[in-house]
Design a protein around this ligand. Sequence first.
Ligand code: ZN
Ligand code: FE
Length: 232
Amino acid sequence: MSLKIEPVLCLKGTMDNYAYILIDEATRQSAIIDAAEAAPILKKCQELGIKPSYILTTHHHFDHVGGNEELKEIFHLEVLGPLAEAALIPGFDRGFVDGDEFALGESRAKIMSAPGHTKGHVLYYFEQDKALFTGDVLFNLCVGGLFEGTKQEMKASLQKIMKLPDDVLFYPGHEYTLQCLNDAFSYADSPDLRDYAARAESRLAQNFPVAPVRLGVEKKCNPYLQNLLDIS
Ligand code: ZN
Ligand code: FE
């Protein structure tokens, strides 16, 4: 069986975050990645007819945890996230460290620590389902800013992503593609990047997220992964 992934645009027009609703199709168990804002997530859960059991948090920033308490109250779910940020995540129940595994029904995620944007930031990697949730570490055509970590830490975190297979699809924490596209073009104008831009513009025009993109494509097009632009 497999994992169904539904993006939910949150904090639209200000932060443009994505929450993701995950449904393990074998068991119908479900979880929310980064509950940025309660209302749009609640609406989507109702449309899908699901009652999520977990929130999986990538990091503690307000635009990734703003819906935690309200959704916890409604669904009596468990709030999970990086143990290192336990004190900063509203409604926190249980923490992960690097290399932990998490089971959503029959679907399995590996927890990968990826410091740089924040000290405790984690990625959720569903290896069998070829899905990687990157929070504010990797965006379409750009990367997250250094709020708590060093450039070296961020580079090491991005290197971990670079080592994952090219056919893995990644799901970022924000819709920043258009902002990042111009910068990307000023550093490299390749046929791959032009394809990326055309697809992104058509997806956005239809109100779809640009995500997911295959890591193989991102590795070729993202100027930070290409070392054309330096992290700041
Ligand atoms: Zn953040
Ligand atoms: Fe964010």
